[in-house]
Design a protein around this ligand. Structure first.
Ligand code: ZN
Length: 279
């Protein structure tokens, strides 16, 4: 699933190439991805047509594109959603196309989703409306790339889950926003914390190291346009360039000690770690 760095890269692409543009038409190919409150294709499209994109925001893995008519286009890519901007309508349509948003430049913002698990909404651009239809936004943890996150905040947010493995707790969006399987594994490796540790056993210096590692890993991944994956391209169609130290490297040598990396199942997700470097 696209995580904070990938979603942030998509957001930055929309900000750079789409904000300021007027929507001239909307074609809905797979209405399954339209979510409340406007699930009828003609209603959904009519809110967008003739509106101009005025901003591109992100909270955790949620995208919110403000429009000049008081509405916002909300998007959650979930597992496989992708926005791609193409130069014009002559560009052949790729498989799994769900929506085409045609812009006044002649370019098209196309949304693809192989599993159609993504979510698109048109909402009034107010806190009340966003939280009403996307309740997860209400109790979301701190943004890791802001000053809101430090070791103390992370410890406090995780305090009700002291018996759960720290890996599982880091995936909880109410603990910290935007971290998923890739960057939880990477952050735990960098902090030297074993992902299977019960959260209640972490000491203050480990919480501080973990908060710093989350910030460091995510900052580097944003700068690299996210991680290479079948699930993700940026809006120009480019793959991520971040190279994980542990994620996706089970049984390969640890970059620090050269011993083979271990793999485990935690909370239904695979976890890769070094049993020697991570205590
Ligand atoms: Zn190691």
């Amino acid at each position: 699933m696209p995580e904070l760095p990938e979603v942030e890269t998509v957001r930055a692409g929309i900000e750079r190439f789409v904000v300021g543009r007027l929507i001239v038409s909307v074609e809905i190919i797979k209405a399954k991805i339209l979510r409340n409150p406007l699930v009828e294709p003609h209603e959904f499209a009519s809110r967008l047509i003739s509106a101009r994109f005025v901003n591109a925001r992100r909270r955790g893995k949620h995208l919110i594109f403000g429009l000049d008519n008081g509405y916002a286009l909300y998007a959650h890519l979930n597992m496989r959603g992708q926005f791609v901007l193409v130069a014009d309508s002559s560009v052949p349509q790729a498989k799994y196309l769900c929506i085409v948003i045609s812009l006044d430049t002649g370019s098209e913002l196309r949304y693809h989703d192989i599993w159609t698990w993504g979510e698109l909404r048109v909402l009034k651009d107010t806190c009340e409306e966003l939280v009403k239809y996307v309740p997860a936004l209400a109790d979301m943890g701190p943004e890791p790339l802001s000053s809101e996150l430090d070791g103390e905040v992370l410890k406090k947010r995780a305090s009700s889950r002291s018996k759960s493995p720290i890996k599982v707790v880091l995936l909880d969006q109410a603990v910290v926003a935007g971290v998923g399987n890739i960057y939880a594994d990477e952050s735990l490796f960098r902090a030297g914390v074993n992902p299977l540790r019960k959260t209640g056993t972490l000491i203050d210096s480990e919480w501080a190291a973990l908060a710093e590692s989350i910030k460091g890993v995510l900052t580097e991944a944003v700068a690299s346009g996210g991680t290479l994956s079948d699930n993700y391209v940026d809006i120009e169609g480019s793959a991520g360039r971040y190279k994980p130290d542990v994620y996706g490297r089970a049984k390969l040598p640890c970059v620090q000690c050269a011993e083979p990396l271990f793999t485990a199942r935690t909370g239904g997700r695979s976890t890769v770690y070094c049993a020697i470097c991570q205590k």
